[in-house]
Design a protein around this ligand. Structure first.
Ligand code: BGC
Length: 469
């Protein structure tokens, strides 16, 4: 049995990863200051959170109908979907997942988009809709400057993607050109959107109070509905509609120092060993792509300081694996073991067996490992709860639903609770919030954006016809 002093030592060792109330208050203030900068036309260039305009200004009513295609590119898999919106907030969809290998992830943009167009072509033929001229919504989950609904210039890749000849290019034009290179493929790409926007739209389809979209998966980001009068960078021709969705791109928060007071050596190490050093700092502290790696680094130091596996015969072997095998602990493990109630620790032991080939681990070491994982996940949930509070307060509605998606949120049993801990402290007492799991935001959300764009287009067309009469 661990002595209380051993546990106290571990707790002290992990203390720098447990944000204090003051640190969270500073996080809140820094984040809100960045949002203000991001929205301002003169200050935007200095903001870490760029608050990109999405040009999504119409929201679903639930009555949308029709068939739409959607593409979803933004994680380790790429998907093509055929979505049938049926009114009454109902939808049916057929999805096909295509693998993205290292080759596509690190190819040229033209190669990547040719591959996407090829998959799209195969899909429409399989679904026998190749003769229909269908609108397509493209969920492209990377930071982009948009100049309209279907124009999006890529600012940078994140989440391990790195295709050449793409940054600074219009992704919409690249996709259209790849479609045009395939004889017989007739598809009308009407909108490019971020996965956060798709998530917000898919939840708004069922609940009009959804004012915020959040993703906690491989990457992390949020969007929210802003009043057009607060968007200095929005051209006046878009100001006849009252609201617009803003893609915060908060993964980049911290690039101007906003999270320095919470940044540890482990975070520094993760950043230094990434392919995008100095970028996406907040994302590296909270998202699925990096949390497993943080646990590896923390565990390595804890073993070296004799805090874990101190009596284990395989101690040296464990240290070797932790030292030589970056990413040997996957973030998925953090969710899996959170369900282990500590009754003989079957789930933690399973991880130890897989990663270290260790049988019959000591129950104390199991408990300590679970504690380390929990500290990392809780820090993430608490930090995201703080930044989300900034958005709930900025929206300023008496009730805001936050639409959420992403593997970390879906799979970790305590993540929702960790976010609520800080949301409950930082959301203004005049406002209420709730969270809603999105039903495939990246797919259905893209179809919904395509549908509302189509609706808007038809309305304008009929108005013009009436004016001409
Ligand atoms: C991207 C965002 C995206 C988020 C979640 C981040 O790395 O920059 O655009 O919304 O991941 O997928």
């Amino acid at each position: 049995m661990s002595t209380t002093s051993e546990l106290t030592r571990l707790r002290e060792f992990l203390n720098e990863l447990i944000p204090s109330e003051d640190q969270l208050v500073r996080l809140y203030q820094n984040f809100c200051a960045q949002i203000r900068k991001g929205l301002g036309s003169k200050t935007n260039k200095d903001a870490s959170t760029k608050c990109y305009l999405t040009y999504v200004q119409d929201f679903p009513t639930g009555n949308e109908t029709g068939k739409y295609l959607a593409l979803d590119l933004g994680g380790s898999k790429f998907r093509v979907l055929l979505i049938h919106l049926k009114g009454d907030s109902e939808a049916e969809q057929i999805t096909k997942i295509y693998d993205l290998t290292e080759r596509e992830l690190h190819s040229t943009g033209v190669e990547l988009f040719d591959y996407i167009a090829k998959c799209l072509h195969e899909f429409v033929c399989e679904q026998k809709v190749d003769n229909e001229h269908m609108p397509l919504g493209f969920t492209f989950s990377f930071p982009c400057v948009q100049t309209g609904l279907s124009r999006a210039t890529l600012v940078r890749w994140t989440k391990g993607f790195n295709c050449s000849d793409t940054v600074g290019e219009d992704i919409g034009l690249m996709l259209k050109a790849a479609i045009a290179r395939r004889p017989g493929l007739r598809i009308d790409m009407v909108a490019i959107l971020n996965d956060t926007t798709g998530t917000q739209m898919s939840c708004a389809h069922r609940n009009p109070s959804c004012h915020i979209g959040l993703i906690v998966g491989t990457g992390c980001n949020a969007c929210y509905t802003e009043k057009v009068e607060n968007c200095e960078r929005l051209d006046s021709k878009y100001k006849d509609k009252p609201k617009i969705i803003i893609n915060v791109e908060w993964g980049a928060f911290g690039e101007k120092g906003g999270v320095d007071h919470l940044f540890t050596d482990y975070d520094r190490n993760v950043d230094q060993n990434s392919i995008n050093r100095g970028s996406q700092i907040f994302e590296k502290m909270v998202s699925g792509m990096y949390m497993g790696e943080l646990v590896r680094l923390i565990l390595l130091r804890a073993v070296n300081e004799n805090l874990v596996f101190a009596q284990c015969k395989l101690r040296k072997h464990i240290t070797d694996i932790l030292t030589k095998k970056p990413h040997c602990i996957e973030t998925k493990v953090l969710s899996d073991i959170a369900n282990d109630r500590g009754d003989d620790w079957p789930l933690v032991k399973d991880v130890f067996k897989q990663v270290f080939n260790l049988n019959n681990a000591d129950p104390d070491d199991c408990m300590k490992f679970k504690f380390i994982c929990d500290v990392v996940v809780k820090r993430s949930g608490n930090m995201i709860g703080v930044t989300l509070s900034g958005l709930v307060n900025k929206v300023g509605e008496s009730f805001s639903v936050i639409g959420v998606d992403g593997t970390v949120y879906r799979c970790h049993p305590n993540f929702d609770g960790y976010m609520r801990e800080t949301l409950d402290r930082f959301v203004d007492k005049d406002y209420k919030y709730d969270m809603m799991l999105s039903e495939d935001g990246s797919g259905r959300g893209a179809a919904l954006v395509a549908a509302v764009v189509h609706r808007d287009y038809m309305e304008r067309k009929s108005l013009n016809a009436k004016l001409r009469q």
